[in-house]
Design a protein around this ligand. Structure first.
Ligand code: CMC
Length: 427
């Protein structure tokens, strides 16, 4: 591969070009500032690769997504979420024995310390689940002070397993506190998804058995959300980790980053948008027209993506699953039909076609979560539960990288030039 050459004034600098395993090329600008006195300006890091990663491959033009080389549709169809947690973190799918050991160790750590209940009770009942989850995740670090060293591989591994094991319990307990029901303890005889559903939806007074349709759909949704390269929250996790903050603090930062409506919060925003359309009786053409109006801040939530300029492969799978799950559960949700109509109109519309705006992972997921019985403002914590193994893998990859550096972007300063202070009484 030939190098790239940059010319600035009378000077010329040769920049090496690195090539990834799928042929992607990256110009290494590491010497740009020291040689030519230039920094790069790249809003939203749209063209910047911070480093190398071997976790997830995305080809946005062709709509391809693979974890560790495995196509997302195969993983969603043929594996369990815990297998994917293992794959993302350790690089290979587990053997039967490795999976049994991994499942057993996750199961062993599902319980929260009894006194963490007070943490949930310190929040208002109406608190948003993402705020509680981020706080509880951060607080978890205080219970394991001897396992926080980011450079201690054994401590990192047990902390990662604790996070995978305890996050469903934290989510379910925050819900139980909100709905004034007793906390339900983990049941280690159940698989990961059934245990979570049991902690969420069972009450001590009645026997609860999770519907296998819901368990299967949850497994699939968690897998589809499990990693997505250097997205906003994963970059936040890596950035915080690059300063050698502990893994709990780094994951808490990722949860906060995910909460915004342009990122993971979009799944809640999509459902609220669809609800408003159905409640107001607005037709979809008017909604699409609003989304195109540059004087209107409204955007079609669940549409568009920084990387995909084609169908988001996750959206394809979720769209089909939404129809299947609602059908199996006998749920007739008018929101599904409105979503389909919106998609149809938008995909024919020049504005969306020219900008290559397609439905993303969040467009149909909320319809399934709702059919499963989750309240709308819990959709984003479900995304967080799914994305957790990705965050852990990205964090671990960076902390094990001998070439890693603390993240410290440059800037172009455009503020005032040097000036002298005028004493307050003279200003
Ligand atoms: N509705 C209307 N117009 C849109 C939309 C939308 N959903 N998305 C992008 N555009 C327009 C945008 O106004 C811009 O138009 P113009 O070129 O005339 O200025 C053009 O398309 C490019 O958009 P952008 O904002 O520059 O693109 P971006 O890569 O910076 O943003 C995005 C990507 C996902 C933030 C954006 O598409 C968006 O806000 N979508 C809605 C929120 C959403 O669904 N987010 C979930 C993303 S997928 C899951 C995840 O990552 O968490």
């Amino acid at each position: 591969m030939s190098d790239a050459v940059i010319r600035f004034g009378d000077e010329e600098l040769t920049l090496p070009v690195h090539v990834g395993t799928e042929g992607e090329k990256g110009v290494d600008i590491g010497k740009l500032r020291s040689s030519l006195g230039l920094v790069t300006v790249d809003r939203g890091f749209a063209n910047t690769a911070e480093g190398r990663s071997s976790v997830t491959y995305i080809n946005g033009e062709e709509g391809i997504l693979r974890y560790r080389g495995y196509p997302i549709d195969q993983l969603a169809e043929e594996t369990s979420f815990l297998e994917v947690c293992y794959l993302l973190q350790y690089g290979e799918l587990p053997s039967k024995t490795e999976l049994d050991d991994f499942e057993e160790s996750i199961t062993r750590h599902t319980l929260l310390r009894e006194d963490t209940k007070h943490l949930f009770e310190a929040f208002p009942h109406a608190a948003h689940p993402m705020q509680i989850l981020a706080s509880a995740t951060s607080a978890l670090a205080t219970y394991y002070p001897d396992k926080l060293d980011p450079l201690d591989a054994e401590a990192v591994d047990i902390s990662a397993r604790r996070l995978i094991a305890k996050t469903p319990t934290m989510i379910a307990w925050s819900y139980k506190y909100r709905v004034h029901q007793p906390y339900v303890y983990p049941d280690n005889s159940l698989d990961y998804g059934s245990n979570f559903l049991n902690m969420m939806f069972s009450v001590p007074a009645e026997k609860y058995v999770a519907d296998p349709v819901i368990v299967k759909a949850l497994n699939m949704l968690l897998i589809l959300h499990a990693d997505h390269g250097q997205n906003c929250s994963s970059s936040a996790v890596r950035l915080v980790g690059s300063g050698h903050a502990n893994i709990f603090s780094s994951i808490a930062a990722g949860i906060h980053a995910l909460s915004g409506p342009l990122h993971g919060g979009a799944n809640q925003a999509v459902l609220e948008m669809l609800d408003r359309i159905v409640a107001s009786g607005q037709d979809v053409d008017t909604v699409v027209k609003r989304a195109k109006d540059k004087d209107d801040p409204f955007r079609l939530m669940g549409f568009g993506h920084r990387v995909y300029k084609n169908f988001d492969p996750r959206a394809r799978i979720i769209k089909q699953a939404a129809a299947d799950v609602l059908d199996s559960l006998g749920v007739d949700d008018p929101l599904l039909e409105v979503a389909r109509q919106l998609e149809e109109v938008a995909l024919e519309d020049d504005y969306f076609v020219e900008r290559k705006l397609y439905p993303n992972v969040d467009f149909y997921s909320g319809i399934i979560y709702r059919a499963m019985g989750f309240p709308t403002d819990m959709f984003t914590v479900l995304f967080a539960l799914g994305r957790l193994p990705g965050w852990l893998s990205q964090w671990r990859e960076l902390s094990a990288d001998p070439e890693a550096k603390i993240f410290r972007p440059r800037q172009l300063y455009v503020g005032p030039e040097e000036r002298d202070i005028v004493r307050v009484e003279d200003r």
